[in-house]
Design a binder for this molecule. Structure first.
Ligand code: MN
Ligand code: MN
Length: 452
């Protein structure tokens, strides 16, 4: 048999690289344990980049080769750039990933008491399976802005000694009606109420609610009205953990898409004196359609790129046409326990490297930017030259559903873009699963791309 005629899947795990892979993933684990919201991810990127000589972007300045800048968009997204030695009109190599993840947002008037328990009402954020979020320890992350204008940061439930929060579920003994419902309706969005207190203060009608307000006031100096000007998110409490006897995988909240953000940031840090300008973007709001001033549909991103060009007297249109972008977002790995949902012949698999996805979208590629064969060739031949392990992958069976990424927003700028990311299992669940060697492959892919 002539083996050269056949496509052979690659394996991202290489014994000789195990130390490198595992040590890279220790860094990733500490990032994902620290950065559970887009705000925390942006703050992490600021401190890491400042440690490496990046300075805040000044739109009045002219930058020279080797200059390193960052631009924070309203505390929730960040752009990092290393200026290349080539004329910026030749374009930049841009990696975009998003740092928001599905979770339960706390409503603006959340606190109520019912049957001797105090609750926070929630409105879920992003596409999640509601039944997965009950009977699970939750932590609160976010900010509260007080009447005085002072912003209080909240992160409660992550450390061993801290309390967690909890959504109850109905015991199976009396759940006949609930168990007969489809998964999509068994738990309602309005039913995702978080228990935040149980000890009454005195014996009034709102004694438990009052006790919670007293505790909030003692801890954060806030009142019930201050919660209106707050952004609090409930996320799974708990850290990233190695999975399997071989410790080859990591389960963690919010792999999607910090699992691509971290490697692309590390790759940018390791890109010394690049020829082309290299840019790493952490975007917000991808999980709810990339809207808002911090989502990829915002002009903030275009404006930054435009400003870079203007300060170098470069033509913005030429810059965009000559730029190239990886939309670095996770792909759904084939799950043999749910094999029916996938086209096994065109799925990504765990441990076969980054997933190159020519098109996303659903039901007839609807909503996809569909990268050209020329671009797929350009990127994958670069990966081959640099020894990056990669595979192809579609989201699932043609008529089963699908997904979108920020690729469509990048393409609006006339920048060629291809989806490349880490394959994961249990996407959008409280604890997603990914292989360490694929995470490391994402880092190698971003390194190769920045040098392309
Ligand atoms: Mn994603
Ligand atoms: Mn997602």
């Amino acid at each position: 048999m002539n083996n050269d005629l056949f496509y052979k899947p690659q394996n991202s795990y290489k014994k000789e690289c195990e130390d490198e892979i595992f040590s890279f993933c220790e860094g990733y684990k500490s990032f994902i344990n620290t950065a559970k919201t887009e705000r925390e991810a942006a703050a992490f990127a600021v401190s890491e980049s400042e440690n490496r000589g990046f300075v805040p972007y000044d739109r009045k300045r002219r930058y020279a080769a080797g200059d390193k800048v960052y631009y924070v968009n309203r505390n929730k997204s960040i752009i990092l750039a290393v200026i290349g030695s080539e004329d910026i009109e030749n374009g930049a190599n841009i990696v975009v990933s998003h740092v928001d993840s599905p979770r339960l947002d706390i409503k603006q008037r959340p606190l109520y008491e019912d049957s001797s328990l105090a609750y926070f009402k929630t409105h879920y954020y992003g596409g999640l399976k509601k039944y997965q979020w009950t009977a699970l320890p939750l932590a609160l992350h976010g900010v509260i802005i007080k009447k005085s204008g002072e912003m209080v940061k909240v992160s409660l439930g992550e450390d061993e000694g801290e309390p967690v929060f909890y959504i109850s579920d109905l015991m199976p003994h009396i759940a006949k009606n609930q168990m007969d419902k489809p998964l999509s309706t068994a738990i309602s969005g309005e039913g995702l109420n978080i228990i935040v207190g149980s000890t009454p203060l005195g014996d009034g009608d709102s004694a438990v609610k009052e006790a919670v307000l007293v505790a909030l006031n003692e801890k954060y100096g806030v009142t019930e009205s201050d919660l209106i000007t707050a952004e609090l998110c409930a996320v799974p409490a708990g850290k990233a953990r190695d999975v399997g006897f071989d410790r080859g995988m990591i389960s963690a909240y919010g792999h999607d898409d910090r699992i691509c953000a971290y490697p692309s940031m590390k790759a940018l840090f390791d890109t010394k004196a690049p020829e082309r300008t290299c840019i790493c973007i952490f975007a917000d709001k991808e999980e709810i359609g990339s809207y808002g001033v911090t989502g990829m549909t915002s002009s903030a991103y275009r404006d930054f790129l435009h400003s870079l060009c203007r300060s170098a007297d470069a033509d913005f249109g030429a810059f965009c046409k000559n730029s190239v972008c990886l939309s670095a977002d996770v792909g759904g790995a084939f799950d043999s326990c749910y094999g029916d949902a996938y086209d096994a012949k065109n799925s990504a698999y765990v441990n076969r490297g980054v997933v190159v996805t020519k098109y996303t979208g659903s039901r007839g590629k609807s909503g996809s930017s569909d990268a050209s064969a020329e671009l797929v060739y350009r990127i994958t031949s670069c990966f081959d030259r640099e020894g990056v392990t990669w595979q192809t992958g579609e989201y699932g069976k043609v008529d089963e559903g699908g997904a979108g990424t920020v690729a469509t927003e990048i393409a609006l700028l006339d920048i060629e873009v291809l989806d490349v990311g880490v394959p994961i299992l249990s996407m959008h669940s409280p604890y997603e699963l990914a292989s360490k060697s694929d995470i490391y492959a994402m880092y190698k892919a971003a390194c190769a791309f920045y040098a392309m």
